[in-house]
Design a protein around this ligand. Sequence first.
Ligand code: ADP
Length: 298
Amino acid sequence: MSIIIKNLNKIYPNGNHALKDINLEIPSGMFGLLGPNGAGKSTLMRILVALMEPTSGDIEIYGYNLLKQRKEVRQILGYLPQDFRFFAKYKVNEFLDYAARLSGMNNSRQRREAINNMLEQVGLYEVRERYASKLSGGMKRRLGIAQALIHNPKVIIVDEPTTGLDPEERIRFRNLLSSVSANDTTIILSTHIVGDISSSCSNMALMNHGQVSFVGSPEEMLKRAEGKVWRLRVTNEQYQEINKKHPVISTIPAGIDWEIQVVADSMSQYGNAEPYTPTLEHAYVYFMENQLDLWMND
Ligand code: ADP
């Protein structure tokens, strides 16, 4: 395992218990951390990149103890925060040079070579003389990933990577990360968008209210939701009734009735309910609804 997290807790000074006894083993490759806003993802990310200390617990990253060997861990770590900022006065290549020096790349010839390679890889070579503040949103995001990767880190942590990107940039960004993850690196992708995970991560964890409710592959998560999604035709009155009790994930008008998709353990009281093959989005809804039950059964 590349990263081992043991009994991790974070209680903020105001008493918010943002991480509740997290235990997680993360293998190399792309690992998705999925959860709604407020789940505790950013808190976990900030602890992993040594920007914040946990209240209790232990973290081992590629054999280093994060709390005791911060300096060593920082050198093998790249981080792209959610609100990535840079100084407006820097041009693209100057900014990367600054980032490379910060990560301890002291040899200027090697640094220049690494910067040029990275600019090619993220498709920013043509705009290397442009001021970073003049880049498009997608280009800024790519510059962000370039600064996280410039020193060839073993672990890359990316917080909400695709927020604000158009679909084309989103795909490009994911592909870029996938190509990096091929070299025995570990990439942790934190997101509240199911699609970010299903299209790129081989393993994932689901977080909610500071707890981890599922760890495994997206396929395993899908399996756990099998038999829990239903398609049925209902009257408007039935629809209102079901909607109060279960998450309705799709509603299509069908004459004066509705055809709906519902996440529920059973819909047997409605004669025409048929099981529906779950998508990862359905599975996510199922887990969010049943988190407490699953905790008790695990
Ligand atoms: P996510 O990244 O999944 O949206 P966060 O880690 O940002 O979740 O937040 C987890 C919980 O911790 C939330 O309830 C949030 O309000 C709380 N929180 C985050 N930062 C702080 C802080 N600096 N002080 C107090 N509470 C915080």
